[in-house]
Design a protein around this ligand. Structure first.
Ligand SMILES: Cc1cc2nc3c(=O)[nH]c(=O)nc-3n(C[C@H](O)[C@H](O)[C@H](O)COP(=O)(O)O)c2cc1C
Length: 200
C-alpha cells in the first residue's frame, strides 16, 4: 500500500473501535496496556496500567507520581504503550511523550473511583519497600479513620498522564504468519497522520 494521508482522528478512532471489540471478547481488563518507560540513562522498564480515556488529545492513565514509573517519566517523558488482545489476536503499539492531565480532570476521575480504591491510593507508597502486609493494613486503617464519612480528596501524588502519540502501529493476525501491520506517523507540522503498511 502506498503512503497515504489520514484524517487526524484516524488512529484514535481505530483504537476505540478495537477496544470496543476487545470489551466484548476479553475475559477481563480489556483496557489493560503495557507502559514502557526509561531512566535518564535509557534503562527500560515495563508494567501494565489501565487506559482511562482515548481521544485526539492522547491516551490517559493514572498512577502514583512517586512510583518507579512516575520517577522515570520525570527523567524521560518519552514512553510507549502496548495493547495485546489474545481473543482478537491483535496488538496496538503507541509511542509519544506524556504530560500530566489537569488537576480538574484528575480530580473528576479520582472522585469516580470506589471509596476503598481512593483510600488505597492514600495508603500505598507505590513501588517503595514495605515491612509487611500489616504495615499496609495499618496505613489503610489510618486513612479510613482520617477520612471518616467525608469525601476522600485526591492525593497530590496521585496523577493522570496523557501520552500524546506521534506513532501508532496496528497489528492483526493473518494465516501462516502473514500478518498485517499498519503504521500511522504524525506529520512534521502535527496536522495529519501518514499511513503506511509494513512487512510482518
Ligand atoms: C491489569 C493491570 C492493570 C493495572 N493498572 C494499573 C494502573 O492503572 N495504574 C497503576 O499505577 N498501576 C496499575 N497496575 C499495577 C502496575 O502494573 C504496577 O505494578 C504498579 O503501577 C507499580 O509499577 P512501577 O513500580 O513500575 O511504578 C496494573 C496491573 C495490572 C496487572
Amino acid at each position: 500500500m502506498a503512503k497515504k494521508k489520514s484524517a487526524y482522528g484516524g488512529p484514535f478512532s481505530l483504537v476505540n473501535e478495537w477496544l470496543a471489540e476487545a470489551t466484548e471478547k476479553e475475559i477481563n481488563d480489556p483496557t489493560a496496556m503495557s507502559l514502557a518507560t526509561t531512566t535518564r540513562n535509557g534503562f527500560p522498564s515495563v508494567r501494565m496500567v489501565l487506559l482511562k480515556g482515548c481521544d485526539e488529545r492522547g491516551l490517559v492513565f493514572y498512577t502514583n507520581i512517586e512510583s518507579r514509573k512516575g520517577v522515570e517519566l520525570v527523567e524521560n517523558p518519552n514512553a510507549a504503550l502496548l495493547f495485546h488482545w489474545k481473543s482478537l489476536r491483535r496488538q496496538i503499539r503507541v509511542e509519544g511523550a506524556v504530560e500530566a492531565v489537569s488537576d480538574d480532570e484528575a480530580d473528576a476521575y479520582f472522585a469516580s473511583r470506589a471509596r476503598a480504591s481512593q483510600i488505597g491510593a492514600w495508603a500505598s507508597a507505590q513501588s517503595r519497600p514495605m515491612e509487611g502486609r500489616f504495615e499496609f493494613e495499618a496505613s489503610i486503617a489510618k486513612y479510613t479513620a482520617k477520612f471518616g464519612t467525608s469525601e476522600v480528596p485526591r492525593p497530590d501524588f496521585w496523577v493522570g498522564y496523557r501520552l500524546k502519540p506521534t506513532y501508532f502501529e496496528f497489528w492483526r493476525d493473518r494465516r501462516f504468519r502473514l500478518h498485517e501491520r499498519r503504521t500511522y506517523e504524525v506529520s512534521a507540522d502535527g496536522s495529519e497522520w501518514n499511513l503506511q503498511e509494513i512487512y510482518p
